[in-house]
Design a protein around this ligand. Structure first.
Ligand SMILES: [Ca+2]
Ligand SMILES: [Ca+2]
Length: 284
């Protein structure tokens, strides 16, 4: 199956033609999907209203694979039913430390509301593809490695941007099968433990990633600008490509932040990408 299909599906404010994508719902919650394709899923309650499909999730947390077929092509939508979390009443979930999300909305924006639940990694597995070139395991928070259960969040906007950037990078000759995700989801607990005092990081919401392109597999950013050195300029080159995609806009580039970071003794240069819903730039 190609990475992009001849039709789209729209749900939760995103529209995508990627052959694999994911989203989340709360137990027993309904998700509306607009598409010309025909969906199929083995659990939950699926109905068609004349303009959109409506799927009501089963009451138990887990994962349900919905396939959307049209014109001989199939889109796979992994729908995670979240494990509920009550912010400020709970600080951990079955031993996995979450911490506390802010009480008030940052800038009054609804996408800064505390998550109502988290993906249970065991609904995965780790190597489950949640978009053509990214797996669920790439976004796990670095805290409590191997803890069972482990919880995380990933937003479809994130995957849409990463896939679009990766596609553009490969077109430029910066060949790689995926990005290295240095940091994806972070719990508020972990974010504090690494010295971050901000309570509005998009990492807490599952729509931020710190990434580098490592096509040669040496564990660091590649020499993207071809000057024979691995420096902040290579992160700038990747950010510049992201900027050209932001300028184009549209459904393949949900609005958000781009940050550029130089190397330190522990790791090479990288860029931060998020889909916070408004434009933000730093470190350039
Ligand atoms: Ca490299
Ligand atoms: Ca370079």
């Amino acid at each position: 199956m190609p990475d992009r299909l001849g039709f789209t599906a729209s749900f939760h404010g995103v529209t995508s033609d990627l052959s694999t994508l994911m989203t989340t719902v709360m137990p027993s919650e309904m998700i509306e999907i607009k598409t010309v394709a025909t969906p199929s899923v083995t659990a939950g309650d699926l109905s068609f209203t004349g303009t959109s499909w409506q799927w009501t999730a089963p009451p138990a947390p887990g994962r349900h694979e919905m396939t959307l077929t049209h014109g001989g092509e199939t889109m796979t939508l992994q729908i995670f039913v979240l494990t509920p979390f009550r912010n400020l009443e709970q600080s951990s979930l079955n031993g996995y430390k979450v911490g506390a999300y802010r009480k008030t909305l940052f800038k009054g924006l609804p996408n800064y509301a505390a998550p109502k639940g988290f993906i249970d990694l065991s609904a995965g597995p780790k190597n489950l593809k949640i978009s053509p070139h990214f797996t669920l395991g790439q976004f796990i928070c670095k805290q409590q490695p191997g803890h069972d259960p482990t919880y995380l969040l990933v937003q479809p906007e994130t995957l849409i941007k990463l896939e679009t950037l990766l596609e553009a990078a490969n077109k430029k000759g910066w060949n790689a099968k995926s990005f290295h995700v240095m940091s994806g989801f972070r719990t508020p607990h972990y974010n504090r433990s690494i010295g971050n005092r901000t309570t509005s990081s998009r990492h807490l919401y599952g729509d931020a990633t710190d990434i580098w392109l490592d096509g040669d597999g040496d564990g660091r950013m590649d020499d993207l600008n071809g000057d024979g050195k691995i420096t902040k300029d290579d992160a700038r080159a990747l950010a510049k490509l992201a900027e050209s995609l932001a300028a184009k806009g549209g459904r393949n580039w949900p609005s958000g932040g781009v940050g550029v970071y130089g190397p330190n003794s522990a790791r090479g240069p990288f860029i931060h990408i998020d889909s916070r819903g408004y434009r933000a730039r730093w470190g350039q």
